[in-house]
Ligand binder design. Sequence first.
Ligand SMILES: [Zn+2]
Length: 81
Amino acid sequence: MTRTEKSQPRAGSEEEVKTGAEMAAEADAARAEATGGIECPKCGCRHWRIYKTGPKGTLVKRRRQCRNCGHRLGTTERIET
Ligand SMILES: [Zn+2]
């Protein structure tokens, strides 16, 4: 018995498929939001280790250190209600 397997396109599920680039862009956006979207001025990465957070009235001050190159940066965020 000889049978050739043919790949049959499954109807209905094709619209859900995303390209790798789209998924990468989405993951990137999610990551950027989680870290405040700040790019390291030295190496351009967005992986920060926040080592100090302190509220100051309606402001939040954060000290962050780049996970990649160790560059330190301070940010001030305003809490909006
Ligand atoms: Zn860096």
